[in-house]
Design a protein around this ligand. Structure first.
Ligand code: GAP
Length: 557
């Protein structure tokens, strides 16, 4: 019987963030000024990793769509690119619904000024409120009697520090006597926890009734109001309402508003897609979890236009292929799931949506969204047609009645849309989390198992010692590899330090191949190939090296 492999320890986000900083993957934006919440910069290795992921998407979506696969209508998938502006006519956002609806319901605390998402309040209280968790340790009101002396002790000591505006802290006797009647007086119908927490928070019970408490200081929260998520600015010198503009919150709308131009100026025929990558901006209320929820981020979006009768088949095609694509870059196994939305999660115009989700260390054992694949009906084009007054229908010459001359009469319709919408920065974060590996038994305990296609450094060439003709051979191999792959990533060479330290540096950068030139090389034209993931070494002919790296880089589909 074989002993089961030990379960790997959960990855620590702190360790991953420390490596990202140390090796130049991700830096805090404006760090020397104390940073700015929700904004991140990429360092040299991170920029290359992000570019490689964007290039992989671009090559597999735009240049060679879906690896040459045929779609459900038995035609090759056809996609064209656009590159549209971050700032659009503000009427675009009225038509898309963002101007009116793209807002989070927020509640402000009059006690400490903290803002909290109204729809997340009770989750936040349950998981992040320090005062509530320490209060619950003192007091299990559902099951037991109220221990008044203990609660008064908590209110006067710890409560004053962690929940200065909580009614229980300000007026312990009033709150406790009320609770004693409500909880102890009615053992058969105990109030639920939310009701009790509201009693504890509400200073003027009789005057104000029950109110929701601030997770930070305990004061009763104000009423919800809409917090707009779009960043605003002005176009031109006059800075008034008539000149207000918005930074786009998604790249998708630029595609919809150029749909007619693309149809009129190119030879696309439905079904076809329009794709673009680019920055989007959302003034997120609570940016968090490293780059996962940022205020400035990059998206990779496809709007795929087709006839309504084929839309569900195209939806299934895109959903499955996008999942396969993420897997091809190394996000495989149990860490990646496809989650089909329930009916009550769907937008009113959507017939089906699924999310591709990754198990990040900060969501584990849960998952966080990487990409959404949505069947959006013909909602967006219809909205823009109504608001702009410009016809956005499509004349399909492959449909309609068959005419005696063998051609078709044609059919005019507003195409239905499948939208695979991915986050580039979230993708990079998932690649970083997936690649990060810790193994204390290795001389270099932390290493990054990037798929060769996305690895920022593709290969490294080391002369074992900086003499005896080895540097010259290393230079020649470095030049050959750079000619072949230098446009896809860095090819490094390094003659300093011990060979172990040089391997360790490459391991942390996630370089898949290290080739070492040693005494044997000069005799038999072989080099040592060291495997990043196992540390195993083997000899390969120096003339095989370029082919070997090329095979690994071209693996997809
Ligand atoms: N056009 C559809 C759309 O924008 P979305 O689900 O809001 O849909 C698509 O965004 C993807 O963009 C998400 O799956 C996620 O990867 C990324 N994304 C959205 N908000 C983000 C944020 N604040 N920070 C980083 N990535 C974000």
């Amino acid at each position: 019987m074989t002993t089961p492999a030990p379960t790997p320890a959960p990855k620590s986000m702190d360790d991953i963030m420390a490596l990202c900083k140390r090796r130049g993957f991700v830096y805090q934006a404006s760090e020397i000024y104390g940073g700015i919440n929700g904004f991140w910069d990429y360092g040299p290795l991170g920029t290359l990793l992000k570019k490689n992921l964007r290039d992989a998407w671009w090559n597999d979506v735009v240049m060679f769509p879906c690896w040459g696969r045929k779609g459900p209508t038995d035609e090759r998938v056809s996609i064209v690119p656009v590159d549209t502006c971050i700032i659009q006519n503000p009427r675009v956002w009225v038509a898309s619904g963002h101007a009116a609806g793209f807002a989070d319901p927020m509640r402000k605390c009059p006690g400490c000024g903290h803002f909290v998402r109204a729809d997340h309040l009770w989750d936040i209280l349950a998981t992040q409120s320090e005062w509530l968790s320490s209060l619950l340790q003192e007091f299990t009101p559902i099951t037991g009697e109220i221990d008044t002396p203990r609660l008064i002790k908590w209110a006067r000591g710890r409560g004053k520090r962690v929940a200065p505006h909580l009614a229980l802290v300000k007026q312990p006797e009033v709150v406790l006597s009320f609770l004693a009647t409500r909880v102890n007086g009615q053992p058969d119908a105990p109030p639920d926890l939310q009701e009790i927490v509201r009693y504890i928070a509400t200073a003027q019970l009789h005057a104000t009734g029950l109110q929701d408490p601030c997770p930070r200081c305990g004061a009763p929260l104000g009423k919800p109001s809409a917090f707009k998520l779009m960043f605003e600015s002005w176009a031109g010198v006059v800075q008034d309402d008539d000149h207000r503009v918005y930074l786009r919150p998604e790249t998708a709308q630029g595609i919809f508003v150029q749909f007619k131009n693309v149809v009129d100026t190119t030879r696309v025929r439905a079904p076809f897609g329009i794709a673009q990558t680019g920055k989007s901006f959302r003034n997120e209320v609570t940016p968090r979890n490293f780059t996962f929820r940022s205020r400035e981020f990059e998206q990779m979006e496809i709007e795929f236009f087709c006839h309504e009768s084929e839309a569900m088949a195209w939806y299934a095609f895109w959903r499955d292929w996008r999942m396969e694509w993420w897997k091809s870059l190394g996000l495989a196994g149990d860490n990646l799931i496809l989650r089909e939305h329930e009916k009550d999660e769907l937008a009113h115009y959507s017939k089906a949506t699924s999310d591709i989700e990754y198990c990040f260390p900060f969501t584990s054992p849960g998952f966080g969204e990487l990409e959404g694949v949505a069947y959006r009906g013909n909602f967006d084009l219809t909205q823009h047609q109504q608001h702009s007054g410009v016809k956005l229908d499509y004349f399909d010459t492959d449909r309609g009645e068959l005419l005696p001359n063998g051609s078709r009469k044609g059919e005019r319709y507003i195409p239905h849309v499948i939208e695979p919408s991915a986050g580039l920065d979230r993708g990079v974060l998932a690649l970083l989390c997936e690649a990060y590996t810790k193994d204390d038994s290795r001389p270099s305990p932390e290493f990054m198992k990037f798929h060769p296609r996305v690895a920022p450094i593709k290969a490294a060439v080391f002369p074992l010692v900086n003499k005896d003709g080895m540097p010259e051979v290393a230079d020649r191999l470095h030049a050959d590899l750079s000619r072949a792959f230098g446009r896809q990533g860095l090819i490094e060479t390094d003659a300093k330090q011990s060979i172990g330290k040089r391997y360790a540096r490459m391991d942390e950068a996630g370089c898949p191949f290290c080739f070492t030139i040693d005494g044997e090389t000069l005799k038999d034209q072989t080099v040592t190939l060291r495997d990043r993931d196992t540390g195993a070494q083997q000899r390969v002919g120096i003339d095989k090296v370029v082919g070997l790296v090329g095979d690994a880089l071209s693996t997809s589909g």
